[in-house]
Design a binder for this molecule. Structure first.
Ligand SMILES: [Zn+2]
Ligand SMILES: [Zn+2]
Length: 163
């Protein structure tokens, strides 16, 4: 929450070159299964939160954009490639996974059902494990030293020591 009690959201790409801030409530949160969103996100579906006009600002850098269809621009970090925006004439949506707290932005609708992959609904039932469960076969995980930007705004980025 900001000082005047309006919701406040921040986020950015994985490398930290692009950061955003949304002051005020989000308009809508959804996932889109359409084939274009699958490609653009390299994923099974695209999780997107539409922002209300005038509430979004870029606080570090700015996404690079390409035209994915006649009326839509898609933004991504030009340095690390994180998908960031879907920009249509009726509004801008941000990738929910890029929010600092994606757990606060629960989708309430599914678009693009014609493209829904047959296993999209069965993934939650798969057996699973935590990242550290893989330590024996992938020992580098113990010393991963992630260079990912932390889930909060920073004064300067990247940090001095990235060795
Ligand atoms: Zn980046
Ligand atoms: Zn889509």
């Amino acid at each position: 929450m900001s000082l005047d009690n309006r919701p406040l959201y921040t986020g950015g790409c994985q490398c930290g070159a692009v950061r955003f801030r949304i002051e005020g409530a989000l308009h809508h949160a959804s996932v889109c299964h359409c084939r274009m969103c699958q490609k653009a996100f390299g994923n099974f579906y695209a999780p997107l939160a539409t922002v209300n006009p005038g509430t979004l600002s870029w606080t570090r850098g700015e996404p690079k954009r390409y035209r994915s269809s006649r009326h839509v621009l898609r933004g991504f970090c030009g340095d690390c490639g994180t998908p960031l925006t879907f920009e249509a004439p009726d509004g801008v949506a941000l990738a929910i996974g890029a929010f600092d707290h994606p757990e606060e932005v629960a989708p309430t609708f599914q678009w693009g059902l014609e493209g829904k992959l047959p296993y999209a609904d069965t993934i939650p039932a798969l057996p699973g494990g935590r990242t550290e469960d893989d330590m024996e076969v992938a020992p580098y995980l113990a010393d991963l030293g992630p260079l990912q930007h932390p889930d909060h705004d920073t004064e300067s980025w990247p940090p001095e020591d990235r060795s």
